[in-house]
Design a protein around this ligand. Structure first.
Ligand SMILES: [Mn+2]
Length: 327
């Protein structure tokens, strides 16, 4: 019998004991969040549980194939649950409107792989060793001896694949490949997932990419690449904000860029930043935390109040400083 961290045993005990569940995730959900939420929802339903699955934002179009039964709903206040589980969510605030809607619960469980996780629940399983929350859900299901159906395998494979940049990021471990292999063995439909997630971008996103290549800027001897996405860029291209996910990779993936940053206008005086680092020596999670955000060493983000120009000046300044002290 393989040994698992104690906290998994505790979580399984709670999952077995209770009847009504709510699975929540972070605002602007990505593949890891959606895949983890859905896999857990399906697994609990298979165990005969009553499960509600909530996210403040809708499932991005490219991930809709994972939820043909429309398990995802908008949070509603006033409902009661035995147990609430948050997946892939680094802080309580990141739950958005799900936060105030899960007040009435007996136990709150937090399963996540962000090192910056604030451990906001009653039971916190935070393991930054894994490249994705999907891998934690996989471990949990194995430890509970729950069947991993092809549908669940699709969800978890998508989670692992998207959070590792298709197994390219340095967070990818031998174990990540083992998990992916097991998921394929259990029926994950690789061709379908790759087609839906990576090869079916709408034209609106292509127009957003055109904007990116026209407008991205370089700084600090081309070691910093950055891009502004204003509200008008979305309306002009017909893209919705979920289509900005992954855009940052296009300015990250060039030589000699070390750090990439996308500034997205949320309100005239509120900017969302996404950061990516290719350098071992620049931890963008530290930079994001200076602005009240967080994330991982190589991928992080924050929401920053202030005028766009002052936000840009402060963030680019912080990146330059980090690059200088790295060299
Ligand atoms: Mn994740």
């Amino acid at each position: 019998m393989k040994s698992y961290p104690q906290v998994i045993g505790r979580i399984i005990q709670e999952l077995r004991a209770y009847k009504t569940f709510c699975v929540v995730g972070h605002v602007r959900p990505d593949g890891d969040c959606i895949g983890s939420q859905l896999a857990l929802t399906c697994a609990l339903k298979n165990e005969g549980k009553n499960v509600t699955c909530w996210n403040e934002d809708s499932v991005p179009d490219k991930l809709a194939f994972l939820d043909p039964d429309h398990f995802f709903q908008k949070p509603k206040r006033g409902l009661e649950f035995d147990c609430v589980i948050a997946t892939d969510c680094a802080s309580f605030e990141r739950l958005g409107k799900c936060g105030p809607a899960i007040e009435n619960r007996k136990v709150f469980i937090n399963i996540d792989h962000h090192a910056s996780n604030t451990r906001y629940a009653d039971i916190n399983w935070v393991s930054a060793r894994e490249a994705s929350t999907g891998e934690l859900i996989f471990k949990l299901m194995k430890a509970a001896s729950w069947p991993i159906t092809p549908k669940i395998a699709d969800c978890l494979f998508t989670a692992v694949s998207t959070d590792t940049g298709s197994f390219q990021y340095a967070t990818t471990k031998p174990m990540t490949y083992n998990t992916a292999g097991e998921l394929v063995k259990r029926g994950a439909d690789l061709a379908k997932i790759c087609d839906e997630v990576y090869q079916s971008y709408p034209m609106s996103r292509v127009r957003l990419l055109k904007h990116l290549y026209n407008k991205f800027r370089l700084a600090h001897e081309d070691q910093i690449a950055y891009l502004w996405l204003k509200k008008k860029d979305f309306s002009r291209t017909g893209a919705d904000t979920s289509e900005s996910e992954g855009l940052i990779d296009h300015i990250r993936d060039m030589e000699p860029v070390e750090v990439a940053c996308v500034f997205e206008e949320i309100e005239p005086d509120m900017t969302r930043i996404s950061l990516r680092s290719k350098s071992d020596k620049v931890n963008v999670s530290h930079i994001a935390s200076m602005f009240g955000g967080g994330g991982h060493k190589a991928a992080a983000g924050a929401r920053i109040p202030g005028s766009p120009l002052s936000v840009q000046r402060r963030v680019i300044g912080a990146i330059k400083k980090a690059l200088n002290s790295a060299s």
